[in-house]
Design a protein around this ligand. Sequence first.
Ligand code: PEP
Length: 251
Amino acid sequence: MRKKIIAGNWKMNKTVGDAVALVEGLKMDLAQGTDVEVVVCPPFTALQAVGEKLTNTQIKLGAQNMSSEDDGAYTGEISHTMLKDLFVKYVILGHSERRQYYKETDFWVNKKVKKALEKNLRPIVCVGEKLEDREAGNTEKVVEAQVRGSLADVTAEQFENVVIAYEPVWAIGTGKTATSAQAQEVHAFIRGILRDMTGEKAANGLRIQYGGSMKASNAKDLLSQPDIDGGLIGGAALDARSFIDIVKAGM
Ligand code: PEP
């Protein structure tokens, strides 16, 4: 059985004060742990303050990006050492906004994924097709290239620490959710690629989240699909009540 994982991607939102207020709200319902693994990914500037509030809770801390390098002259970058220093456990890599606005390619995502795994951070690796890909019938081709490219050279043992987020780009922040059948179809397809890459056992154990306008009202349906093992939540993670309700839908 795969334990469901719901992660909140707060993106470039929340000052330190706002972030602390949000995490205090989440703690009321989620601090003691649930059947679902809960992760919050604040902006870098709020990681420390949020991490302090998460001490002695079951909620895990995640970051939204990470450098592929160890340290040195990389202005504006954040390293694995800096994240681990703040007790970060997960790191979102290859989010479509990074791919689209900052031109991150599978090559770079793969470098970051390998670095994260080598340093015992768990990557949440994002893949997903654009609307034009889907309309041209290229969803599987695009997603397969991203999965294989982003996870190239990851060992079978390392695969145990990988989470994949399938996020159709046309569903992110648009209010358009993939139907549970559309999402399940791609999730099952991704699991098939993973079987080919790393074998039956690792592929069956690996969690694949859905992301793209997931909210309390559609979460239960999506999360009840056999290959949907959680959610990566953007907009609906910015409010404590709506995020808690999504987590509860996964229980
Ligand atoms: C995301 O950006 O990862 C995301 C899923 O955003 P939203 O929930 O707002 O669509």
